[in-house]
Design a protein. Structure first.
Length: 273
């Protein structure tokens, strides 16, 4: 199979994603639905070109290993990523990793902005800002669980709980609060898709929990199409982060918390060991 041309600019990303999305457009599809297709395609394109650790494809490994001088580079900073400060903060990670050239960043920003406009408590606004943090730069599989684990040592328990269970609740409508099954899921997974049993159990557990509405509110603000004219800046959430995220003095990733290793993985995503 021939490798796709490398993505070297935002125009390249938009062009390739636009071709993919255009092939899926159906007659009568709404503007919002087309926006969702494009955003989903952009996420997929970016994943293929950026998210996979590039050192996993070095041909020299299959030819007897690397010379020592080259091997040193396997444990250094990733030259294609901005360097992180000695004691990084959550904002450093958001700006230099999570939202770096990532089309998903608009989703996170607008989700948090919508939550703020809807009058949600600040800790749930922050939950909306961080709910897909694992998807953007860590792992897609069970992203709610991984995202919750990343932030658990630093936030209110209700916030991490909401992020953990929003993943399962996304698959289950709740007409009583106006939450419908996402049209994007139908297009992506098919009309007959049935979530696995562990997802069903997690959703049922969440439905009977005292914090059910906290996780449900994350899903209600977890939208894939937004007002194209809305301009949201990450710095708008600086104060909320300061009030609801306990920044370790050693730097996020170096405080020996149960999730420090996860944050370090964002600093050096391609280290060989």
């Amino acid at each position: 199979m021939q490798n796709a041309a490398p993505i070297t600019s935002q125009d390249d990303l938009t062009t390739e994603a636009g071709k993919i999305a255009a092939a899926q457009v159906t007659p009568g599809m709404s503007h919002d639905a087309k926006d969702e297709l494009l955003e989903h395609a952009m996420m997929g394109v970016l994943d293929r070109h950026v998210a996979i650790p590039w050192f996993g494809n070095i041909d020299a490994f299959s030819k007897g290993g690397l010379p020592r001088s080259q091997g040193l580079h396997l444990m250094h900073d990733e030259p294609r990523l901005p360097p992180m400060p000695e004691k990084p903060t959550l904002m450093d990670y958001l700006k230099k990793r999570v939202m770096l050239n990532n089309p998903h960043n608009n989703h996170l920003l607008q989700s948090a902005n919508l939550a703020r406009k809807n009058g949600l408590p600040e800790k749930l606004v922050l939950a909306c800002l961080l709910h897909d943090i694992a998807v953007t730069c860590y792992i897609r599989t069970d992203h709610g669980y991984h995202g919750a684990q990343m932030i658990e040592p630093y936030v209110d328990e209700e916030m991490s709980w909401a992020i953990r269970y929003h993943q399962a609740l996304r698959f289950f409508p709740d007409p009583s609060v106006g939450y419908e099954y996402p049209e994007l899921y139908t297009r992506t997974f098919g009309e007959d898709y049935v979530p696995p049993d562990y997802v069903k159990r997690a959703a049922e557990h969440a439905r009977n929990h005292k914090w059910y509405m906290s996780a449900r509110l994350v899903t209600l603000n977890d939208l894939y199409s937004f007002d194209p004219n809305a301009k949201v800046d990450l710095d708008d959430f600086t104060d909320i982060i300061g009030r609801h995220f306990r920044q370790p003095k050693e730097g996020l990733g170096f405080d020996d918390s149960p999730s420090s290793h996860m944050w370090r993985s964002l600093i050096w995503p391609n280290n060989f060991l």
